[in-house]
Design a protein around this ligand. Sequence first.
Ligand SMILES: [Ca+2]
Ligand SMILES: [Ca+2]
Ligand SMILES: [Ca+2]
Length: 199
Amino acid sequence: MTRNNILSLLTAGAMGITCFSMNISAESAYAAGDVDMDGVVTGHDTAMVSRYLQEEDYMLTEEQLVLADVDADGEVTQADADKLYNDMQVYDLGNATTEDKFPFLTLTDAFCAINYYAYTAAGIICDEMNNVEMNLVDVNVDGKIDMTDGVIIAEVYTMTGADFYNIILESGIYYYSIDVESPAYVGNIYKYNKEVIWN
Ligand SMILES: [Ca+2]
Ligand SMILES: [Ca+2]
Ligand SMILES: [Ca+2]
C-alpha cells in the first residue's frame, strides 16, 4: 500500500470523505503549507514534506498532512513538495539569517546553528534566533538543532561557493542528511564534485 493510499484511508476513516473540506477549514488555524505551524511558509515546511515523502519512518500528524496538501488534491505527493519549493517558501532551508541580503546559505547560517547548540548544551539560553529561524537551521528536519545541522549548512555553502549546483535540490529532495542510507545524503554533493573535477 502506498503512502497516498494510507493517507486517503486515514483521512476517510478519521473525518469521512464527504465532510473532508469542511473539516480542513475548521481545524487548520495555519496557512496552507505551514506544516511546522510557525506562522511562515519556509524551506523548513518544504523539507518536512519532502522527508515525509522519502522516508517511511518520518511521520506527520493528520493536521500537518492537511497543511502539506498545498495543491488541495487530497493527497500529499511530490507535486506538493515541488509547489512549496518553487512557488511558496519565502526563505530557503538553512537560511537562519532571514534579515540579511543573501538569499543563499553562508557560514553565518552555519555559525547560528553551531552557536545555538554550544550555548544550549552549556545550559545557557540562546535567543539570537526567532522560531522561524530556528526551524530553518534544522536542515535535517529531525526536530533539534545540533552540530549536524551546522556541518551540513557549511557543506552546502562550500559547494555553492565552488559553483557546483546542488544535486540534492535539483533531484527534488528538499532536505539534507548525513545518513548514507538517506536519499538526502549530503555526501552526494562531494561525489558530484569529484566527477566534475576528475572525469
Ligand atoms: Ca512554517
Ligand atoms: Ca496534494
Ligand atoms: Ca537537526
